[in-house]
Write a protein that binds this ligand. Structure first.
Ligand SMILES: Nc1ncnc2c1ncn2[C@@H]1O[C@H](COP(=O)(O)OP(=O)(O)OP(=O)(O)O)[C@@H](O)[C@H]1O
Ligand SMILES: [Mg+2]
Length: 280
């Protein structure tokens, strides 16, 4: 039954200069093919957890296995990084060359892959993110959303099983944000890539299979988005917000309009209001 692609058991991590654990006794399973959102207030340990998943950091307590491997040696770390790619917040920090396709090839070249295979992988990756026509462009000329898609292509070219997005939409305009989120969902659904989506946007988290809320380096809540967000007081007390439509539902209910309290998006609100109208 067990098909965990990421399994953290009692994992702790303390930075050398840290007075307390940034991640503390955290246990978490992520199944292959899941889309998991990770939420939590600033400094609660989300990025640290992301780096533990990617073997950029190694636990100071407990253990984590990623795609069946616990990173113990340099070689293991390298293997983990191949199976678990990362997309960061600022695409400018991830883009290293001056031509889009060279940027996508960078990781593969470092692996010493033969040029013909690199060519094939890069073409496929750029096509998958819808950036083929920009293969010869300079990343500097692209919008934030397009740069982020190139960053995703660079990760995809490595054929990862998991991609961790650490607030990868935070610096984008609404269009870029929607694009990059849609791309992650598509990679999850069509390619079966497991997605760990760290965000401060509740509307994004609402579309995940599962939401993990962190607080003080630990997991505070872990459930379906609907169950998590319907505990509105608890969610607010953890420094988060709930989707706009859920807030509207609460206000409507307070003024006597009997809509369900777990409304997550505009479509569900529209359906609920129409049903009320046809009843009256
Ligand atoms: N390189 C570092 N050295 C020392 N302490 C660090 C380092 N990076 C993070 N920390 C501390 O570890 C804790 C967790 O930080 P982390 O960056 O994982 O949080 P986060 O949830 O990603 O926050 P944010 O929402 O702001 O991105 C914080 O207290 C932070 O100050
Ligand atoms: Mg962070």
């Amino acid at each position: 039954m067990s098909n965990a692609i990421i399994e953290a058991r009692d994992v702790s991590f303390r930075y050398e200069s840290g007075l307390s654990d940034a991640v503390s006794h955290l246990t978490l399973r992520i199944e292959a093919g899941e889309f998991v959102a990770i939420l939590g207030r600033n400094g609660c340990g989300k990025s640290t957890l992301a780096k533990l998943m990617n073997a950029l950091l190694l636990p100071t307590g407990g253990e984590i296995s990623v795609n069946g491997l616990q990173a113990k040696t340099e070689d293991d770390c390298y293997e983990v990084r191949k199976s678990c790619g990362m997309v960061f917040q600022n695409p400018d920090n991830q883009i290293v060359t001056t031509i889009v396709e060279e940027d996508c090839a960078f990781g593969l070249e470092n692996m010493g892959m033969e040029p013909a295979l690199i060519r094939k992988r890069v073409d496929e990756a750029l096509a998958a993110v819808g950036m083929s026509e920009y293969a010869h462009a300079s990343p500097a000329m692209l919008s934030g959303g397009q740069k982020q898609r190139v960053a995703v292509a660079g990760v995809l070219a490595m054929r990862p099983k998991i991609i961790v997005f650490d607030e990868s939409t935070a610096m984008l305009d609404p269009v870029g944000r929607r694009d990059v989120f849609a791309l992650a969902r598509q990679l999850n659904r069509e390619e079966g890539i497991t997605i760990v989506w760290i965000t401060h946007f509740m509307e994004e988290a609402a579309q995940a299979d599962r939401v993990v809320v962190m607080d003080g380096g630990r997991i505070a809540i872990e459930d379906s988005p609907r169950h998590v967000f319907s505990r509105m007081d608890r969610v607010l007390s953890l420094g988060l917000d709930v989707p706009e439509m859920m807030k509207l539902a609460a206000r409507l209910r307070a003024s006597g309009v009997r809509v369900p309290k777990d409304i997550m998006n505009v479509e569900e609100m529209a359906v609920a209001l129409c049903q009320l109208r046809s009843k009256n």
